[in-house]
Design a protein around this ligand. Sequence first.
Ligand code: NJP
Length: 257
Amino acid sequence: MPYALITGASRGIGRAIVDELARRQYDLLLVARSETELRTICQNVSVQHGIKTDYLVLDLSVNGAPQRVLDWCKHKNYAVSMLVNNAGYGLSGNFESQTLEDNSNMVQLNVVALMQLCQLFLPQLKQQPKAYIMNIVSTAAYQAVPGLGLYAATKSLVLGLSRALSYELRGSAVSVTAVSPGATDTAFVDRAQIGEKGRKAAAKVNMQPQEVAKIAVEATLAGKTEVVVGWLNKLTVLGVWLLPKWLIEKLAAGIYE
Ligand code: NJP
């Protein structure tokens, strides 16, 4: 049975996607940096669901890391039929307030690693009778977000790439699904160092990672090209489309600056 490979599987949305796929009897390959968490998750889900699991401890923001994931799969003879690009994070504050290194690392993880994993795994995904790429994007992809600007821009790139790839791969065995959650109750706000105002705003509308994962997996298995998770997030994206950009950016700046 081919495997589903999930990046950022040690906690948050990725961890919840692990459960959704395990319930569906997918064998699983997990990638993240936290070894203890990955080992425990693998043991628990394989006992609970009778599936095969393995994990790779890896910092995906390091140059060449996606190639190491592919090499590991080849070495272990793991055929992958679902690639879940979930690992990612944000950095709040003005663009200039971040170090060059921090901004570059975020782009490396959110964009470069995701792009390389798609490209490196496509040949073997295409060999499967049916295969899936799920890219975790964000409602931030639909607008410029002052105070979270580079993060939002990384997600816009992933959204555009995912849609184009989905089109290019029509008629092949591989479907590509861009999943955009909004505020979700994970460690995201801590890693992004979002301020009090942003945290309060998120807490009011937070979805649980389990709800997000269920919608994400259902949309992916249904072969959908794009899904915005939850009615409130759908409404937000519609508002972004309808309202003038200056107003949307002013509102966002009020939350994140
Ligand atoms: O965040 P968190 P989420 N190399 O921090 C892993 C998007 N999103 O679940 O390495 C490899 O709980 C990290 O594992 P570890 C967001 O942009 C979220 O919310 O062990 N892995 C952990 O498993 C992201 O794309 C919200 O620390 C690395 C996972 O990534 C996705 O949802 C809103 C890594 C992060 O788990 C999942 O984020 C939205 C590295 N260098 C979009 N760095 C939201 N939560 O509000 C991190 O619009 N990971």
